[in-house]
Design a protein around this ligand. Structure first.
Ligand code: FES
Length: 257
């Protein structure tokens, strides 16, 4: 069930350049069903900016009711959010969308988690849950440059972790797909920019593959049509899927990307 709640900020830290980790106490953690769901945060009480901002859930703990989110400060809304301090109240709507299906892989399988930039956070809770289930998880985290790298140590706790940077200032120089070519695995879960998702979908049609789309959003609850994408079985037609409510996670080949 989707809830709207005023949540107390526990902490907020800049963990890489313009990347913020925000922890709140929230009853709505009890409603989260899958890793990869997201929330919509109201960043201001005024009408400017009036829309909520979609923010990734990176991990949660139903016992302590802690909800950890990670976002990039890149516009007016997220700049306002970055100024908020522990102890303040935050208006959060969620959990929204579907998540990564943890039940689609079995203990003993080797599963690749591939994240690009701000697509990395939703994979953290997924990694925790797959590891707890006995899945062998391997992570590939892609960033533009060293100052943008975050959560390498958190992922390393669960399994082998490769970091790539486009400019080669940290980890392997190049793209996540370069590392993928060298590895053996059964299934893939991925989240990141569309060109990265498209390349992975094209190159690994023989694998079980789930993709989380980063899409411009408005309402977050299926009402405004800001996030529609075409269904793969009807690319010229009139039927479509909404990323916010039918996704953001889709099976490979389900929608046109
Ligand atoms: Fe409004 Fe998806 S964001 S319908």
């Amino acid at each position: 069930m989707i809830r709207k709640e005023l949540c107390k900020i526990v902490s907020q830290d800049e963990i890489a350049q313009d990347i913020f980790e925000l922890v709140v106490e929230a009853e709505l953690v009890n409603e989260i069903s899958e890793p990869g769901q997201f929330v919509h945060i109201r960043v201001s009480n005024s009408w400017d900016p009036s829309l909520r901002r979609p923010i990734s859930i990176s991990s949660y703990d139903k016992k302590s009711k802690k909800l950890t989110m990670i976002y990039r400060k890149e516009g007016k809304g997220t700049s306002l959010l970055a100024k908020m301090k522990p102890g303040m109240d935050l208006d959060i709507l969620g959990p929204l969308g579907n998540g990564f299906p943890v039940d689609k892989v079995d203990a003993g399988e080797t599963v690749l988690l591939v994240g690009g930039g701000i697509g990395v956070p939703p994979l953290h809770e997924l990694s925790n849950q797959l590891k707890a289930k006995g899945v062998n998880v391997i992570h590939i985290l892609g960033f533009q440059t060293e100052s943008a790298v975050f959560y390498e140590n958190e992922f390393m706790k669960n399994g082998e972790t490769f970091v790539t940077t486009v400019d080669g200032t940290y980890g392997r120089k190049g793209f996540v797909t370069d590392v993928m070519k060298e590895l053996t695995f059964d299934s893939i879960y991925t989240c990141g920019p569309t060109p990265m998702l498209r390349a992975i979908q094209q190159n690994y049609q023989d694998k079980k593959l789930f993709l989380s789309l980063e899409e411009r959003m408005g309402c977050g609850v299926g009402a405004c049509f800001a996030c529609v994408c075409k269904k793969a079985d009807d690319p010229q037609g009139v039927s479509y899927k909404k990323v916010c409510s039918d996704g953001p996670v889709f099976r490979a080949g389900e929608v046109v990307i």
